[in-house]
Design a protein around this ligand. Structure first.
Ligand SMILES: [Cu+2]
Length: 439
């Protein structure tokens, strides 16, 4: 039996199934997702085979990374590299990536949780049944400092692939000629139980170079919260019964960028201003400006605002600096705490700064325990991005039972990492910039 020593009234006190019971039959499913490389690329020997995830997708793109598991943060991905089919060598994107907190404040002010550093997220890693990693491989994870020392090993890390529909479509010169490709993704995920909730932490690496990070909350609503008596809940029982207390899930991701293998990266913010048509103009105009972010920043999302992290090392074949753009997903920003007030933080890398709130590492006296305190004017030469995506959970009848997964997250989109669409078919490879017809 997995030990749960949270001991809070709102939290489940025991997990139903034993690890031993779940382990039976949890063997590798057919069709391993972790393919061996066909050729022998000059892969950096930065982790042993057991901690390496490598996948060449059917469309030719290869993703590779190392993983390890931390006691509180759970899964950590390191040295994440992207190799489009037209590139000779892998292109490093991230030095490390992981969750940095799930902050859960209740609307009635009765309680708030830091699920990673205060409620056992990392310890709550769950065994996965083979069927929930379709076509993939479930790796065994040793949970460090396991609360249940007899059961530190969990079949808890799924790597698999999935189709995502059209990567592109373009009509050719004749009616019968269609350029189209069905996109493929590498998926890496874990399930972590915290109290009555189960969080699916999913990392999706697409063959077009995009990375999508999402957390899905499922499991059960906490029955201990069916007591909202002050209009801050929603009745989920018959009639006016069982008012589930509303609350927020504020998820933070921590991304340590290392574009082209170099930690020295630049950050830029873009804003657009739309103005009315000029005197003789046909239409409104839009002016987009670039602001270099040279000092640490607590950034707020805004209409037509976006950020990118730019390589200082690598350029694509068009001589454009490689970069990755932050593409936030839907969010309900929670203004209740200093660290949840902003959508993204860029801080200068500091090893002790690991969690967006309730940071467990020692950064010295007066350093503060949350990410907002670390935005204090330092020059930004080695940026760490902290992305805050909030979800205000007002329960509904459909949340029982089990609770349907509700997702929150964001994307990193490649911007000028390759000179063209990385999935361009050979027949269109000359269509870069002004199309030159004829020979
Ligand atoms: Cu919830």
């Amino acid at each position: 039996m997995r030990v749960n020593n949270i001991g809070r009234a709102r939290r489940r006190t025991a997990v139903g199934l034993s690890v031993a019971a779940l382990t039976v039959g949890a063997t590798t499913a057919a069709g391993p997702a972790v393919a061996q490389p066909k050729a022998a690329p000059a892969a950096a020997a930065d982790c042993s085979a057991a901690y390496k995830i490598e996948q060449t997708l059917a469309t030719g793109t290869k993703w590779s990374m190392c993983w390890h598991y931390e006691s509180e943060a759970g899964l950590v991905l390191e040295n994440v590299s992207y190799k489009p089919k037209g590139e000779a060598a892998p292109i490093r994107v991230l030095t490390s990536a992981k969750l940095a907190q799930i902050h859960v404040p209740y609307d009635d002010g009765s309680v708030e949780y830091d699920d990673l550093t205060g409620a056992g997220f990392g310890q709550g890693l769950m065994d996965m049944a083979p069927g929930e990693c379709p076509g993939g491989t479930i790796k065994t994870v040793k949970v460090p400092d396991a609360w249940d020392p007899e059961h530190p090993n969990v079949k808890g890390l799924c790597t698999t692939t999935r189709s995502r529909g059209h990567a592109y479509r373009m009509q050719g010169d004749s009616a019968s000629k269609v350029f189209q490709q069905q996109g493929k993704d590498l998926l890496v995920y874990t399930v972590n139980q915290v109290g009555w909730y189960e969080y699916i932490t999913e990392w999706r690496f697409s063959d077009d170079g995009a990375i999508n990070m999402n957390v899905g909350a499922t499991g059960s609503l906490s029955p201990g919260d069916y007591d909202a008596g002050d209009g801050r809940g929603w009745p989920i029982g018959k009639g006016a019964k069982s008012y589930a207390t509303s609350h927020s899930h504020n998820v933070f991701w921590r991304l340590n960028f290392g574009l082209d293998g170099n930690s020295k990266n630049k950050v830029e913010q873009y804003d657009s201003v739309v103005s009315p048509p000029a005197a003789n103009g046909e239409a409104p105009r839009n002016k987009t400006t670039r602001t270099p972010i040279t000092k640490e920043l607590a950034g707020d999302a805004k209409n037509m605002r976006w950020w990118r992290v730019v390589s200082t090392t690598g350029k694509n074949k068009d001589d454009h600096a490689r970069s990755y753009e932050l593409v936030p997903g839907a969010t309900s920003k929670y203004p209740g705490r200093s660290y949840t007030k902003h959508d993204v933080y860029f801080t200068q890398y500091k090893k002790c700064e690991q969690f967006a709130s309730n940071n467990l590492r020692n950064c010295g006296t007066g350093a503060g325990k949350s990410v907002d305190k670390w935005v204090n004017g330092q020059n930004l030469t080695h940026p760490v991005a902290w992305v805050n995506i909030g979800f205000h959970h007002v329960a509904r009848d459909e949340d029982q039972q089990p609770m349907p997964v509700h997702w929150q997250g964001f994307s990193l989109a490649p911007r000028d990492v390759t000179a063209m669409n990385p999935l361009t078919p050979p027949e269109l490879a000359d269509q870069n910039g002004q199309i030159e017809r004829g020979s």
